[in-house]
Design a binder for this molecule. Structure first.
Ligand code: FAD
Length: 470
């Protein structure tokens, strides 16, 4: 009889299974592919299949947040990182893999673990009891998604993401932008000066609309285009197509927003711009701000080019660019506790992209932490989260409560999630300072948590290595 049931054998489920089973925990891993089911994006039956690009992105652990995450995962004995090393193909400073070799390596290592049972079956409902990790990803099968929806409430599970770009706060030019309430409703009506406002005059607005219309877009995949949910989260360029003023009556509405930078003796509070782009705080630290209502299918390079024409955003640094995809994910900040457990059913943990992280590496990282948490729980040990100054800790904190629940959308790891550095650190040295701080803090955390959790327990590890054929 298993001690932990993992549902979904993708990046997160495979990593969680490894973290548990290599510590001797009896695990059942249920994967529906290979049992007569599939998703619209997967091609085969292999565990941890990469559905699109073959890249785990930058492997630079000094200047890049995802490279730092690689480093931290390696320090925690990540299966995904170990298999990637075996399957590596040349890709400069990126970590890219042969996807078939990668998936086969993951499967080979998992199959060698005696306490792990891999079952090709679809699970249609959340188990009523027993330690469970749900890692069914962005394309969770419909019946299980329905069961999760019943447990969490209809509004807490999304089937499409509608990602608006997110900007690093310190890259916004506040000599042009200014803070105000949403439509200058003022504090009396319960609105503080919570929004950054970027003003456009008529000429700038029309040029911006033209650029949105002309910009190169990504296409929906066939199975996404047929999903009716799309109308509910209309891309900004589709709104622009509907008429010259549609945006000015929608997300770019300038009503009531006196721009103090345009103050004159006759208008000491300033004037309303012709249109406005508003940004709202996106994380508790106040380092990340999202462009309200700016979900878009523009290609990433086009987004950077077009959005930097907005006054105040000429030097904007984007922590995340916009997008729109089919994607099943929870409103994790309201639903999960700090250990990824469902508040209303704590025997169920979630891991991977269904928690609202984004990308292969992030999904595997959350799977890794879910596995470690479940292992410690079974052993009766106390879990302490990795420090927020580490990539693992920053990602976990964001998902489990630090992100704004109201605007919660999938997120890649990035330095904007980390607590800010001392202001004296020069801009050019910030990335190195973030990664240096993280490495020290990770080492301390691992030492505190105990080598038995995070590092190779030599005898157990040796047994695993010996059991791997070839
Ligand atoms: C079309 C597409 C393109 C993408 N491109 C990229 C990219 O280029 N780079 C990138 O970093 N990320 C990309 N992503 C995101 C990436 O796929 C995810 O971040 C990552 O795979 C998530 O890992 P996961 O383990 O959470 O989910 P998955 O890897 O999707 O694994 C979930 C597993 O659960 C199984 N499953 C689902 N429901 C059930 C059920 N009821 N019972 C049993 N098993 C079930 C599925 O078959 C699947 O194997 C893309 C996603 C999609 C949909």
């Amino acid at each position: 009889m298993h001690q932990v049931h993992i549902i979904g054998g993708g990046l997160a489920g495979s990593e969680a299974a490894w973290q548990l089973a290599r510590r001797g925990v009896r695990v059942r891993l249920s994967e529906m592919r290979g049992g007569g089911d599939t998703t619209p994006a997967h091609q085969g039956d292999g565990l941890a299949e990469l559905v699109c690009s073959n890249s785990f992105r930058s492997d630079d652990d000094v200047n890049n947040a995802v490279g730092l995450l690689h480093h931290e995962m390696r320090a925690c004995d990540s299966l995904v990182m170990a298999a990637a090393e075996v399957a590596k193909v040349p890709a400069g400073s990126a970590l890219a893999v042969d996807r078939d070799v990668f998936s086969a390596e993951v499967e080979k290592r998992l199959l060698a673990l005696p306490s792990l049972e891999i079952v090709r079956e679809r699970i249609d409902a959340l188990p009523a009891s027993g330690s469970t990790i749900v890692a069914t990803g962005p394309l969770t099968a419909a019946s299980l998604a329905e069961s999760i929806g019943v447990a969490t409430g209809a509004d807490s599970l999304a089937f499409f993401d509608a990602i608006a770009p997110i900007v690093h706060r310190d890259s916004i030019d506040m000599d042009i932008a200014w803070m105000a309430a949403r439509w200058d409703r003022g504090t009396a009506e319960g609105g503080g000066k919570d929004y950054v406002n970027c003003p456009l005059n008529r000429e700038q607005y029309l040029a911006f609309r033209d650029a949105l219309l002309a910009g190169e877009k990504t296409e929906f995949r066939e199975w996404e285009a047929n999903t009716p949910y799309f109308e509910g989260c209309m891309p900004i360029e589709v709104m622009a197509e509907r008429g010259e003023d549609t945006l000015r009556y929608g997300p770019m509405k300038p009503v009531g927003l006196d721009n103090p930078h345009w103050a004159t003796p006759e208008h000491p509070n300033g004037r309303w711009p012709y249109a406005v782009v508003q940004l709202r705080q996106d994380n508790a630290l106040g380092t990340l701000w999202n462009m309200v209502g700016f979900q878009t299918k523009l290609k990433h390079a086009e987004q950077v080019r077009v959005f930097r024409t907005i006054p105040g955003l000429a030097n904007a640094e984007f922590a995340r660019l916009g997008g729109l995809h089919r994607n099943t994910f929870l409103n994790s900040p309201t639903l999960l506790d700090r250990q990824l457990r469902l508040n209303c059913a704590p025997h169920v943990r979630f891991a991977g992209q269904i928690t609202g992280c984004e990308g292969y590496v992030e999904s595997a990282a959350v799977g890794l932490m879910a596995g470690m948490m479940a292992a410690l729980e079974l052993a009766g040990g106390a879990w302490t989260s990795p420090p927020r100054t580490t990539a693992l800790g920053a990602l976990l904190a964001h998902i489990t409560g630090d992100a704004e629940a109201e605007t919660y959308q999938p997120m890649n790891v990035n330095f904007g999630l980390f607590p800010p550095l001392d202001e004296t650190v020069r801009k050019k040295q910030r990335k190195e300072a973030y990664t240096a701080r993280a490495k020290v803090d990770l080492a301390v955390w691992l030492a505190q948590l105990g080598r038995r959790v995070a590092e190779r327990e030599s005898s157990e590890w040796q047994a695993v290595e010996n059991a791997i054929p070839g």
